[in-house]
Design a protein around this ligand. Structure first.
Ligand code: SF4
Length: 199
């Protein structure tokens, strides 16, 4: 039998009650087809799958998020289940208790889902738009860098550094995100750069 089929694809296919003819076409024998035909339809077969990364720690386990709702028709996604991604090289489908409870974290009533801003000296947070938040961050970056950027040290050597701000990167990011983070922060002259993976 020469079948190029991932473990997840096979389990999903079998769980969906794949027809014996389908399995036969893929090289499976009658016995396997008979077993698959008796399996209950997979409860998640009609959901939309979204691959993501667990947000909790630096292991960055792969997860699959299952949602009801037809996104292409403009319907709102309703998350119904999260499980480890069996095809992800880091965790091979496993999750620790924190990752296994991610659905509760996402659906928590206290979860922050929009940017909030507190005025200098203020005591209350207020919801703001993403445009407001990003403009504010950009303004602070520009003003602080303009005021504190050091082009040369006391010996006249070019250093191009900015040491009055720092950057804490997320450990669950991809290699590409890490590369962009490094390039962006170093291009700005930032020296204090750390990562959540070390915290
Ligand atoms: S599932 Fe557990 S080990 Fe994996 S990234 Fe999440 S918190 Fe870390």
């Amino acid at each position: 039998m020469n079948v190029n089929l991932s473990r997840r694809s096979f389990l999903k296919l079998a769980g969906a009650g794949a027809a014996a003819t389908s399995l036969g076409a893929m090289g499976f024998g009658a016995a396997e087809a008979a077993v698959a035909a008796r399996v209950r339809p997979f409860k998640l077969v009609t959901t939309t799958e979204t691959r993501s990364i667990c947000t909790y720690c630096s292991v960055a386990c792969g997860i699959i998020m299952y949602s009801n709702g037809d996104f292409k028709a403009g319907e709102q996604a309703e998350l119904v289940h999260i499980e480890g991604d069996a095809d992800h090289p880091t965790n091979r489908g496993t999750l620790c208790p924190k990752g296994a409870a991610l659905k509760d974290f996402i659906k928590s009533e206290t979860r922050t889902t929009v940017p909030r801003y507190r005025e200098p000296g203020g005591t209350a947070w207020r919801e703001v738009s993403w445009d407001f938040a990003l403009d504010k961050i950009a303004r602070h970056i520009k003003d602080d860098r303009d005021a504190n950027f050091v082009e040369t040290n006391d010996a006249g050597v070019t250093v191009n550094r900015w040491t009055t701000a720092g950057f804490l990167a997320a450990s669950g990011g991809t290699n590409e995100t890490g590369w962009l983070t490094w390039k962006t922060t170093r291009a700005l002259g930032l020296l204090p750069l750390d990562n959540q993976a070390r915290v």
